[in-house]
Design a protein around this ligand. Structure first.
Ligand SMILES: [Zn+2]
Ligand SMILES: [Zn+2]
Length: 305
């Protein structure tokens, strides 16, 4: 194969270029440095900009400040005034029942008073539901006569556990006072054994409804076995049933004696109908319509350990 003069000169020049390039490559030292490991000399001509986080040390999260009463809060303790009102309430009930028994013995009538006592027990559950619905939904701490009860029941929705720490007379004294003022005059004028049995049973269940309510908030292990049995039989309001009252939509299971009226009232939307009537006739808006207002929601930050 012949090589043309042009081809020959081309080969020569490319050889010279390659030789020159080789020389250049040989004299230039090539270093490869690892930037991460090699210290970099500061260049005085350059300004280094360092972006620092707002705080170098992480601030430890503060525990939530407990609100509401504490388990040993003096507000949950009974005073001598509470005990005195409880004693007068219990005396009033005993007077009703004693007079009924004496009158039954004298007249040899037993069936009617016993039946009246059972009716009183059943209607007390209904009464507790209507009253509880009323003070849960209407008024506030400044409402005349009922302000204290309204405030207490609204506080109960925020801190339900406090009812289990409240001492016996502290929990019952308000209702005992009401029973004393209303039932004692009735006792003085009534002599009918059946009526006295009804009054004694009804007012007794109303007065102790707050204790039945407290038991419905306790755990099984902390309750006397007889109370657990009565709850399981449906004689007293059950823990399961009352727990539903403290869950959204907060508009049912108001009855706190036996709870037998809860299903009837809630399924037939009796309280909802009453709320509509009060709103459209009188403009009173029930608190349960504002759900999920903070007033209804349990504050768990203050739960006792
Ligand atoms: Zn309630
Ligand atoms: Zn409750």
């Amino acid at each position: 194969m012949s090589i043309l003069p042009q081809q020959n000169s081309l080969l020569k020049s490319s050889h010279q270029y390659a030789t020159k390039r080789y020389r250049i490559i040989r004299v230039i030292p090539i270093r490869v440095r690892c930037a991460a490991a090699t210290p970099v000399k500061p260049n005085p001509g350059l300004t280094r900009i360092v972006v620092k986080p707002s705080s170098t040390k992480p601030t430890p999260a503060k525990p939530p400040t407990p609100k509401g009463p504490k388990p040993d809060d003096p507000e949950l303790k009974s005073t001598w005034e509470h005990r005195a009102w409880l004693a007068s309430g219990c005396t009033t009930l005993l007077v009703s029942l004693a007079k009924s028994i004496v009158a039954s013995t004298d007249s040899h009538i037993w069936a009617e008073p016993i039946l009246a006592g059972l009716v009183g027990y059943a209607l007390a559950d209904l009464g507790s539901g209507v009253y509880h619905w009323g003070i849960d939904n209407y008024g506030d701490a400044t409402t005349p006569l009922f302000g204290g009860q309204i405030d207490a029941f609204q506080g109960h929705h925020k801190w339900p556990w406090t009812i289990t720490k409240r001492q016996f007379a502290n929990n019952l004294h308000a209702l005992a006072r009401v029973i004393t003022f209303t039932v004692l005059p009735i006792n003085l004028v009534l002599n009918d054994p059946t009526l006295l049995a009804f009054v004694g049973s009804f007012s007794g269940c109303i007065m102790f409804s707050q204790q039945f309510h407290a038991w419905s908030h306790s755990t099984k292990s902390k309750l006397p076995p007889i109370v657990v049995t009565l709850q399981d039989l449906g004689v007293l309001v059950s823990r399961f049933e009352h727990a539903a009252h403290h869950r959204a939509p907060y508009n049912g299971n108001y009855c706190i004696v036996s709870g037998i009226w809860n299903t009837i009232l809630d399924q037939n939307k009796v309280f909802e109908a009453l709320e509509m009537v009060l709103f459209f006739q009188l403009g009173f808006r029930p608190r349960s319509w504002s759900e999920p207002s903070l007033e209804w929601i349990e504050e768990t930050s203050s739960l006792p350990q």
